[in-house]
Design a protein around this ligand. Sequence first.
Ligand code: HEM
Length: 453
Amino acid sequence: MSNTWCDSLPGQVVAHAGLSNRYGSVVTIWLANTPVVIISGYQALKDTMIGLGEEFSGRAVYPLLMKSTYGYGVLSTSGHRWKEMRRFTLMTLKNFGMGRRSIEERVREEAENLVEMFKKCEGSAFSPADMLFNALNNVICSIVFGHRFEIEDPQFKSLLRTVNTYFTVLSSPLGQIYNVFPRLVSLFPGKHHQLFKDLEEAREYCKREAQARMNTLDPSCPQDFIEAFVLKMKEERDNPDTEYNFDNLVSVVWNMFSAGTETTSSTIRYALLLMMKHQDIQERVQQEIDEVVGQDRWPSVEDRQNLPYTDAVIHEIQRYMDLAPIAVPHKMMCDTEYSGYIIPKGVMVFPLLSSVLIDPKLWKNPNCFDPENFLDAVGRFQKNDAFVVFGMGKRACLGEALARIELFIFFTSLLQHFTFKATVPPEELDTTPKDCSFGRIPRTYECYAIPRK
Ligand code: HEM
């Protein structure tokens, strides 16, 4: 089939899936001297992450994660603190969605800027990686600080460098060794020292922004995430047990930057790569956008329901990419019995999302890139509960709604304005993902963005 593509899954995932095929949906492996329980398959993940959601809701913490958040925030915390920060963050993101300047407007502003940047490449070959990363970072800036930054702004450059170095160190052998022997690795020179300095600066900047708003804030109308948090800090100032303090604020902000930029920018990079490989799919998406949106206005989230093929392609990109094969590792909150085993409190758990995303019982064509996986017999978009790329249950991605808006608006705006072509014949394009410690990302590439009007 012309619009499908098959190749092998990364070794790590195959190894885990192989273990599960042989030993069942609950398997223990040992990473050095640490036991890790791997849960695989849709039913087992539903039973544990949803049915026993509270018990499986803890977060396993690595030294690098600890070094960036000091045990505060939402991504790397467990129990009461996590619940409070998660509830507040979800609610605030939702309120912005409905409020004055909607999340969609902020996303669209960035997508429009990105289109202008791509136009400046004037049809010559370029790597879209940095421009995409900057744009997705700016969306988070707009939500957190209330405004976007110009690319040359020194503060923005410093934030970008911090997020970038964080992922470089996290994915490097150095980062992995640091996670096992943090004290020892701290004694040696390397990029991690610069990262720790940059992280401190980013935290200080965020704290300064919050302090500046303490006296100027209009309580009836918080304009951004920091203002909403500062307002809550003021409301709770007489509560000695409050979680609304500067430590939690700066760590939640860092969580949004670290979890919400590389994920979405890598997905769009992967999307463009797959469109270059499958020109027929790219043309069909463009045709649908032309018919429904045209060329005279920008796409909006409301268009999604009238763009079933495009919607199916975006879902299939995410399913096929399998960005976070083991989600973000969990930790047991208490001794728990499941499937005849007692899983002890504190044990690390990997929810093997990959096992659901490639299960032949759940997908028409699981091992290939095929939008038909999300279409019914008459071409309507078809939801599938096995689409678990954002995780399942209480710890599932809290940026899912934002990510879905970003992916839709960026993808449709880019394909409305450009046709993407590779610098090599499509059959020579390597679309196998690169494994890095936090997930699967596309290989670096150059492309042509040929204007459509
Ligand atoms: C393509 C985009 C994205 C994907 C595929 C994705 C996927 C995930 C996954 C698999 C998890 C872990 C679930 C688990 O532990 O079981 C997660 C957690 C998280 N994500 Fe996302 N994510 C994306 C974008 C975003 C964005 C834009 C934000 C920005 C706010 C974000 C913020 C978070 C946070 C804060 C957590 C931790 C939640 C918690 O621990 O309670 N993510 N995401």
